[in-house]
Design a protein around this ligand. Structure first.
Ligand SMILES: Nc1ncnc2c1ncn2[C@@H]1O[C@H](COP(=O)(O)OP(=O)(O)OP(=O)(O)O)[C@@H](O)[C@H]1O
Ligand SMILES: [Mg+2]
Length: 295
């Protein structure tokens, strides 16, 4: 009798949790025009830096490329989102725990199959996300380089976009092209200049980019800061342990702490997010569905 009541209480609590509005999260989509500029390394280590400042981060791997988040972290995921439907896994089975307690949602391919889910299946996904919605403050999505309908769907569903570039002129030109497209879908665009030799070079790069976006697109882009070219990034990748963990005192790690502080405590952070984890996910799926066949 007692056991039955206990079970019933648990079911009611779960139902209540699902029907209550979820806590708000801020969703950042990390993109670039040119490939190989450091999106995946920055997404992982920025996530860790933010987590070290006391915020709960969910990293989402939306990159179909080779150097994925799980490789940088040395994690080997068994499941992705598609396994919720195919083998009845729960979202908790899919999410991996990384260093500092950061959470990782692996599996780009599982996400892109969402274009084909039915309404009933979508409800199942949304309920799954609702169940874990209160666990996170910030979502960071690592996407593939360039403009594709998938990347656009992620930009559309996010609160803010972070464009990564290096000082190399071709990367800056491609970053400009990315910003030109992104501003149609997202009105807050940040920029990180990665692999800079020094502060001056990064500022010069940002200055060039922001002058062009102001003059030709009439928009303001926010400089989040630079990450210096640092050999610890290579070393950390070889050990499959993020540099923020292995080399916390490195120049690259210090740069990321500065960027995290700007994101969390800076002027930009004053914009409160209206997103919730489940709300973001349902937006994402509707954009993925709508963009099928586009481009
Ligand atoms: N600050 C840095 N200093 C030195 N090397 C770096 C730095 N950032 C990234 N790298 C190196 O640049 C390479 C590309 O990094 P990464 O895979 O993160 O780029 P990406 O933008 O995610 O690439 P893709 O477009 O293929 O997804 C890696 O070899 C990485 O070690
Ligand atoms: Mg990548």
């Amino acid at each position: 009798m007692y056991e039955q009541a206990f079970k019933l209480k648990k079911i009611m609590e779960e139902k209540n949790r699902i029907s209550n509005p979820s806590k708000s999260v801020k969703v950042y989509c990390v993109t670039s025009g040119k490939g190989g500029v450091g999106k995946t390394n920055l997404s992982v280590n920025l996530g860790l830096a933010i987590q070290s400042l006391g915020k709960k981060v969910l990293l989402i791997d939306a990159d179909l490329g080779l150097a994925n988040i799980d490789v940088v972290l040395g994690l080997y995921p068994k499941y992705n989102l598609s396994h919720i439907l195919s083998v009845g896994k729960t979202i908790q089975d899919i999410i991996l725990e990384g260093p500092l307690g950061i959470s990782i949602l692996p599996g780009a391919s599982g996400i892109y199959n969402l274009a084909n889910v039915s309404y009933a299946e979508l409800e199942l996904f949304i309920d799954s996300f609702k169940m874990i919605a209160d666990n996170f403050d910030i979502i960071i999505i690592d996407t593939g380089a360039g403009i594709s309908k998938n990347v656009i769907s992620f930009i559309q569903s996010s609160d803010e976009t972070i464009v990564v570039t290096t000082p190399e002129p071709s990367a800056v030109t491609d970053a400009y092209a990315m910003i030109k497209i992104s501003r149609n879908y997202c009105d807050k665009i940040h920029v990180i200049v990665n692999k800079a030799d020094n502060y001056k070079e990064a500022e010069y790069t940002m200055d060039k980019l922001s002058k062009s976006t102001k003059k030709f697109l009439n928009i303001h882009i926010n400089y989040l800061g630079l990450v210096l070219e640092d050999k610890v990034v290579y070393k950390a990748n070889m050990n499959q342990t993020p540099f923020f963990i292995n080399y916390p005192d490195s120049l690259a790690s210090k740069c990321l702490i500065n960027i995290s502080r700007r994101l969390i405590y800076g002027e930009q952070s004053l914009s409160k997010s209206n997103s919730t984890l489940d709300g973001w996910f349902s937006k994402l799926v509707s954009f993925i569905k709508a963009n099928v066949g586009v481009m």
